[in-house]
Design a binder for this molecule. Sequence first.
Ligand code: PEP
Length: 254
Amino acid sequence: PEKRVKLVIGNWKMHGNRAVNAALLDALVAAGKHLPAQVRVGVCVPFPYLGQAQSALECGPVAWGVQDLSGNAADKGAFTGEVSATMAVDFGATLALAGHSERRNLCGETDGHVVDKARCALEWGLTPVVCVGETLEDREAGRTEDVIGTQLAALLEAFDVAALRQMVFAYEPVWAIGTGKSASAQQAQDVHAFLRARLREKDASLAGISLLYGGSVKPGNAAELFGQPDIDGGLIGGAALVADDFIAICHAAG
Ligand code: PEP
């Protein structure tokens, strides 16, 4: 099978302050040289702390990035409150989440916005980490593949194969995010296999895209999830705020 990049990305969400971040970043720096070499590790921090992440991480293997960015323009413009891709790159970011379910649900982001954000990220060489996922209501109504297929289709229609190959997708069932209730390894694998099949239908080379699972990943369930054939790593929320847990999860991907 295709050789796929393994990835573990922490999503700090709206947590932290300079002192708490410093301790967490120090722990990541200390762990850095022992992290499995074949796993790409990164953290997506709140915008005000990008400079802090850069200062702490720039000499080590851990990457950093943003949890969102403007889809209006990749560089600058009259977009009050927005942060552009070029600003993130100015602080050394290499990763940009797009379409996290909290952005979709709390901020009204649509598939169209997600496409715009991914386009802006790519313009400046950021890796878009595009999140897709179904609600509990969707799952119980048997609509999981419909919902995720539609979210993915927006990207597949908007971008050519070369652009899509620069992306990472994260499957994050909304009912598993921050709930302590992870999808089972089989549930996650089934959706990952579906996503990979859709990618392969567009172009055989897209089967090599890394697909991450997110939703209540913990040290205790990470190895089983990451051991599934179509799961290439994780997007980690709560557990990414606890250095030992995040580092253990990174090792589980190795
Ligand atoms: C997330 O926010 O992307 C996430 C997966 O959160 P948690 O790990 O806390 O469920």
